[in-house]
Design a protein around this ligand. Structure first.
Ligand SMILES: Cc1ncc(COP(=O)(O)O)c(C=O)c1O
Length: 376
């Protein structure tokens, strides 16, 4: 029996060559490969600054700190997201205020944002779920009307476009993830992208212990360097080995995205007419990454969805339930009590993610399609 993985990062000869170049150089901590990776991401997205971090979680945490989010503040987020979206807010001592999603896009329902705004709201943080951009024009307009900031949890969305422009250019800052399940990977890794010089400088410093001199400058200096720590920071740095991987991945990002989009189109055609399946909806303003291919099962409940997933797994098709509903997770349920988010809960109960990765073969995809249709 075949086994088709849910995902598999693409690692080619160039990744291996650049990694071994870094290993041979002996410069393993943050260094020139990270800087080159940052430059490539900034140029690709179309922003002045890209600041690498050890993950999207640490990138978001630093971004929130730079923007002064702290105790007593509220941050509006969708609950239908990976737990990190809320954790970074909670760790700041602020409160995540969960807003329901639109069931077509799985993104925050902008119609429901205004009713969640209070005098304590500092920030709206949309998530571009599985790489489909949220409705940024509407979200930015609401934020402007109420004098609150917007930043983006763009973990899944490097390369996504909203109204013809890359995600990362529509707000004060956005953070990407380079976890192996994302569009490009460095094993673990993240990046803050911004046009805000001050935010970029402070983020860069916080990521490296609040130091007055960054690692690369320290390494390159010929004379004596005395480092001071004017800020109170962390070690959230990306290593040079990861940077090398990022450089090679950025060189093939267009191909990686093209493959994801064409594989998604094959799934769309195979499942689009099925009476029980809802394929991903793409609004006219959006060009998604298909970081994951997520289906919804019409008229199902969680029990039936889980039965379908178990059956698919027994047939060698690796698959998972969709995204989590953060407000239902024990820590948040206990912290904030009952929150009623019907679309989030419906998506949580009835969605599933099936295999999709850039170098998936036609045969493997046909096998997945066959098994999904037979189990349904
Ligand atoms: C929406 C979202 N936000 C944040 C994260 C955290 O990213 P990382 O694993 O790079 O910290 C993820 C990762 O899955 C995510 O999907």
């Amino acid at each position: 029996m075949k086994t088709i993985p849910l995902t598999r990062p693409y690692m080619g000869a160039e990744e291996k060559r650049l990694i071994s170049e870094v290993v041979d150089s002996g410069w393993l901590t943050q260094g020139p490969a990270v800087t080159e990776f940052e430059k490539k991401v900034a140029a690709y997205v179309g922003v002045r600054h890209a600041v690498a971090a050890s993950s999207c979680t640490t990138a978001l945490a630093v971004a929130l700190e730079c923007l002064g989010v702290g105790p007593g503040d509220e941050v509006i987020v969708p609950s239908y997201s990976f737990i990190a979206t809320a954790n970074v807010i909670q760790h700041r001592g602020a409160r995540p205020v969960f807003v329901d999603i639109n069931l077509d896009t799985y993104n925050i329902d902008e119609e429901k944002i205004e009713e969640a705004i209070t005098p304590r709201t500092r920030l709206i943080m949309p998530v571009h779920q599985v790489g489909l951009p949220a409705h940024m024009t509407r979200i930015n307009r609401i934020a402007r009307d109420h004098g609150v900031m917007v930043i983006e949890d763009a973990a899944c969305a490097i390369g996504s476009e909203y109204e013809g422009r890359k995600i990362g250019t529509h707000t004060r800052c956005a953070c990407f993830s380079f976890h192996p399940r994302k569009v490009i990977t460095t094993g673990e890794g993240g990046m803050i992208v911004t046009d805000d010089d001050e935010l970029a400088d402070r983020a860069r410093s916080l990521i490296s212990h609040g130091a007055s001199v960054d690692e690369e400058a320290k390494h390159k200096a010929e004379g004596l360097v005395i480092v001071h720590y004017p800020d109170f920071g962390y070690n959230y740095r990306l290593s040079n080995v990861q940077g090398a991987m990022g450089v090679a991945q950025m060189d093939r990002i267009d191909w990686l995205l093209e493959r994801r989009r064409s594989l998604a189109a094959v799934y769309d055609r195979a499942f689009g007419d099925h009476p029980r399946l809802v394929i991903p909806y793409v609004p006219e303003y959006a060009r998604p990454t298909y970081q994951s291919y997520m289906l919804r099962i019409r008229d199902a409940d969680a029990e039936e969805r889980n039965r379908i997933l178990s059956r698919l797994k027994s047939l060698g098709v690796q698959c998972t339930p969709g995204i989590c509903a953060i407000h239902k997770e024990p820590y948040y349920a206990q912290e904030y009590g009952q929150v009623c988010l019907p679309c989030t809960e419906k998506a949580f109960d009835t969605t599933m993610i099936i295999p999709l990765y850039p170098h998936m073969s036609e045969d493997d995809q046909s096998y997945v399609i066959e098994q999904v249709l037979s189990v349904l």
